[in-house]
Design a protein around this ligand. Structure first.
Ligand code: GLU
Length: 268
């Protein structure tokens, strides 16, 4: 049975790009005679708001979509993520990262700090006893050793079998300092627990599949197929962000735009 999902974070109101993503997944499920799930990715308590979550339900219903209930809300399943994290930690695949944003930038002045591969902190015991907060990172080196290399890691993306390159994510953070879990771990665990067979999301998340494929291998989880859709651009030609107020579905609705207008505009 084909199972896909739309997994927004309630950190802002949904915009046209979200509508495109949700409708694309919903239609794929319908065409396949499968299931469409909605998941609320609300692990970032500092940025998530109940009003945004209510907005998600309202906007998706306005678009004419329906989804299965109960809706999985990540904040209600922290135990599942903690168990996965503990399993990886017990196998020696994780290390603590105390580094602050400033330290990370200093250690990678020419590269993106989110592909950090620095290994454990040389001052770990001192920082631990000083009570400094830390994140848990996945050690690519340890993961590679455990799996005997990444050669066997493949997945299907956009109709082609590709070889996973988990290096694209560096030693990803699996548990944030502030949240106890991080996106890749929560999404990977949930996709498996919810029986998702096809992940449909924007091309901006194309690299995420490489990281998530590695987590599936380490946690013994099934691998879904992946479909990446184009991004909806704003009037300035840039991809829409949550800060683009005028492009939110609620603003469009207030301005008299109908779901049919929107579908036409999005080429759906
Ligand atoms: N919560 C993520 C977002 O809003 C979704 C990522 C995913 O679909 O895996 O971008």
């Amino acid at each position: 049975m084909f199972v896909t999902r739309f997994a927004p974070s309630p950190t802002g109101y949904l915009h046209k790009g979200h509508a495109f993503s949700a409708i694309t997944a919903h239609e794929a499920a319908r065409a396949a005679g499968g299931r469409f799930l909605l998941r609320i990715e609300d692990i970032d308590a500092a940025r998530c708001r109940p009003a945004y979550e209510a907005g998600i339900f309202e906007d998706l219903a306005w678009l004419g979509l329906d989804w299965e209930t109960p809706v999985r809300r990540q904040s209600e399943h922290m135990d599942d993520y903690a168990a996965a994290l503990e399993r990886l930690r017990a196998e020696g695949l994780l290390y603590r990262c105390f580094r602050t944003r400033a330290e990370l930038i200093a250690s990678a002045p020419h590269g993106p700090m989110d592909t950090f591969r620095g290994g454990p902190d040389p001052d770990e015991s001192a920082r631990l006893s000083a009570g400094e907060p830390f994140a848990w990172r996945l050690s690519l080196e340890a993961a590679e050793r455990r799996l005997g290399g990444f050669e066997g890691l493949t997945f299907e993306a956009d109709g082609e079998r590709v070889r996973a390159r988990p290096e694209v994510g560096g030693d990803v953070v699996l548990a944030r300092k502030d949240a106890g879990v991080a996106y890749h771990l929560a999404a990977t665990v949930d996709d498996a627990l919810q029986g998702v067979t096809c992940v449909i999301r924007g091309v901006d998340l194309k690299e995420a599949a490489h990281v998530q494929r590695l987590l599936q291998a380490l946690l013994g989880l099934p691998t879904p197929t992946y479909l990446h859709h184009r991004l909806i651009l704003g009037p300035d030609g840039k991809r829409l962000a949550k800060r683009d107020r005028a492009q939110t579905l609620r603003e469009l609705r207030a301005a008299g735009v109908t779901p049919a207008d929107l579908r036409r505009e999005l080429g759906l």
